[in-house]
Design a protein around this ligand. Sequence first.
Ligand code: GLU
Length: 556
Amino acid sequence: MSKRIADALFPEIKMTYQEAEALYPPRDLPDGAVCTRFAPSPTGFMHIGGLYTALLNSLFTRSRGGVFFLRIEDTDQKRQIENGVTEIIKTLDDFQIHFDEGAVSETGDSGKYGPYRQSLRREIYQAFAKYLVEIGRAYPCFCTSGELEAIREKQEAANALQKGYYGEWAVCRDLDEETVLKRIANGDRWIVRIRSNGKLGNTQVYHDTIRGDISMQENILDAVIIKGDGLPTYHFAHVVDDHLMRTTDVIRADEWIASIPLHVEMFQMLGFPVPRYTHLSPIMKNEAKEDGEGVSRRKLSKRKDPEARVGYYDEAGYPVSAVLDYLLTISSADYEPWREENMDASIFAFDLDLSKSGAAGALFDFDKLNNVAKKRIGHMSEEQIFSAASAWAEQHDSKLYQYIQDHAELFRKSITVWHEKRLDVAKWSDLMEMYPYLYDPSFSVNVKTLPEAFLPHKERIPAILTDYLEIFDYDDDAAEWFNKVKEIASKHNYCVKMGAYKKHPEDYNGSIADLSSFIRYSLTGATNTPDLHGIIHVIGKEATLRRIMAFRDALR
Ligand code: GLU
């Protein structure tokens, strides 16, 4: 116990911990309601795992009722980036994740439990640290990094079961009061550590919503709570803030599981109730093993995987609703069947059961993402597609944007062509990629590499196309258009009835499907496309004639 040491460390701190506590009264929440938070550090672009955590927090809170707040964990001042908070708020807002309280701009807050930026809460942490020093549950440590290194080396040499700063290794733990006061007065640099009561070999059972009861070695480390710059460590800030802000459920990434014993010891030494913990498994990815034998599973990595960055999805043009559907699909087995039945429902209508989200980790899978996104786009109205794709193109694809600017009505028509009855488009960047023949004014068919299936017909194709050009009328409706194609087919002995053709292919040069594919290919350079009559009406009369002639002439 040392009030003298506490005062010498924190002479400026006049607020007592009781006064700090009184600033944050318990919340008046209805029965069963929860209080949760998303607590990012503004240290760079947002990771998809961060969005995932925020989304599950938000859904959990909406389905239980209660308060969801945004806390900015900016205690690692060296790692901050400019406009980091704005970036976080904008990303979350884009993904329909809204908060009841918290940071609302780079410097602004909203809510009674703030400030919601940890760097502005220095006094509060110090008040609690001061209290812990006073009651003997924390102490200043003067060890330099060299001294800490030397302790570690000795532990290695002694083969200590547990490394780190604790028990007899913790050289500052039992310094006498006079020495401590002298060193503080002397200006020696210090940090503050807790004085752990844990014993090596003692286990305790901790609870996690997903993993259930977990038996772990209790904490024995004299962990740092106040750093050299006077700011708290993550661990201490978590305990103080989640108590004062009255968080009922801490839903965070599972990298913090190993810290539960430390956190629980700190909650207890401060006399605070321990919140419910839910540790979310990271999003994983299968990767081919280097020796080529099978796959191994690893975390999505910021460095290796572009899809780890939330911005990636917007750049590629995945609709927000598709990314949300996807994240929930991989998080919870109940989601996909629910979504199929409720395509129009808000994600917040889904009753998320976190305990079912599994400890193995959601698996990132591009095929799944694309399937989910195709269904989502398939379900969008043409008007929704028009505005979402236009907005995306304005930001990310100047060529497509120009096309839309110049030909808004044709763009609208083109959506009907590829959208009706098809689930091909997963993201807006697919449009130019899959349909350059619709949207790229400089499009031309590469005649050098003909599809293999065309080779037996090669000699006949120019004559077929010439006939087609002759009877082509841009104003024909779909039925008239198809009758004309049939006429040409009969003339060139391409069977117009697929059933008959299949029975006796030897009697014909080919089928109507073959013949249509020559026209199709000359216009699109592809053999599988949406409805051809529709395509012609998007690319227009002139381009249709020009492309067919160019293809025919190149074959002659
Ligand atoms: N700032 C911490 C992080 O970004 C928050 C963890 C938590 O939710 O408590 O990892």
